[in-house]
Design a protein around this ligand. Structure first.
Ligand code: PAF
Length: 284
């Protein structure tokens, strides 16, 4: 059965027992409200690690909007059941006062330029909060591997850079997005969609698919971006934030006619007031 620990000390003790036997530790950081996307992360960890730790912590430092933080879904009991079934042996679920005993920490992790655009542009301070809590979790669990969903692609790129720049030894593993049958990417935020908004929400995936088809057909990066934006034009309840094609490794801008490489198509939109994001890869 899964063991629940609430302090860094208890976490270190439990992991010490795994390490004493030479076991490989995998960490899956989450904010709870676990769904099929998290199950895929946990399964990827369990398949390659001797001990899979899931952390469940709704990190106040990464919310710029108090209302968004207050209404973030919380469901530790069902999270424990899902995590256990997916192969986790340990759940680290600290209180806010355990993670941030002095309130907002004085020392934080600045994730740099990439944190200011795309998601960072509409959520000031968000990636600083993510980078800070991920750094703390890596320090507490010292995992051999850490698992993140590709759904939050910018977060994944930032974490890869964080691990490299701050010399953590964990291997960062990105896990493919899990989708509903109609293409909608699994997200805890989908719970907030009204029935009409839920019906409109697959437009994000449809836009990405239109962009990818444009590239597959030999279209330029800017034609693909236009195809994505066009998919949103007649969508009800939807307010497009961005639809872009970027370099997959660092999310740098790419221009038409540049050499081949891995690209990432990314979109963000509000659907019935709920902010959703999604992305797809493409190799030129
Ligand atoms: O992706 C998330 O759920 C969060 O941003 C993370 C990585 C758990 C940090 O709080």
């Amino acid at each position: 059965v899964i063991e629940l620990v609430e302090t860094p000390q208890a976490l270190r003790e439990a992991l010490g027992r795994v390490r004493a036997k030479g076991g490989r530790v995998g960490l899956v950081p989450t904010m709870g409200a676990l769904h099929e996307g998290h199950r895929a992360l946990l399964a990827a960890a369990a398949a390659t690690c001797d001990a899979t730790v899931v952390s469940v912590f709704v990190n106040p430092l990464q919310f710029d909007d108090a209302e968004d933080l207050a209404r973030y879904p919380r469901s530790l009991e069902s999270d424990l059941r899902l995590a256990e079934a997916a192969g986790a042996c340990l759940c680290f679920a600290p209180e806010v006062a355990t993670m941030y005993p002095a309130g907002r920490p004085q020392v934080v992790v600045d994730p740099g330029r990439l944190a200011l655009e795309l998601e960072g542009a509409s959520r000031p301070g968000h990636f600083l909060g993510v980078a800070t809590v991920v750094t703390k979790l890596l320090a507490m669990a010292a995992p051999d591997a850490v698992f993140f969903g590709e759904k939050d692609y910018q977060q994944l790129v930032i974490v890869r850079r964080l691990v490299a720049d701050l010399s953590f030894s964990a291997q960062v593993v990105g896990v493919e997005t899990v989708r509903e049958p109609d293409g909608l990417a699994m997200s805890s935020r989908n719970q907030h969609l009204s029935p009409r908004a839920r019906a409109a929400a697959p437009v994000l995936y449809q836009a990405l698919d239109a962009g990818r088809r444009e590239l597959q057909g030999g279209g330029t990066v800017s034609a693909a971006a236009r195809a994505m934006a066009a998919a949103f034009l007649d969508a009800p309840l939807v307010e497009l934030d961005y639809a872009v094609v970027r370099d997959a490794s660092d999310l740098g801008e790419v221009h038409d006619g540049l050499p081949t490489g891995e690209l990432r198509l990314l979109v963000a939109a509000k659907v019935g007031g709920v902010r959703l994001i999604d992305n797809l890869g493409f190799s030129r």
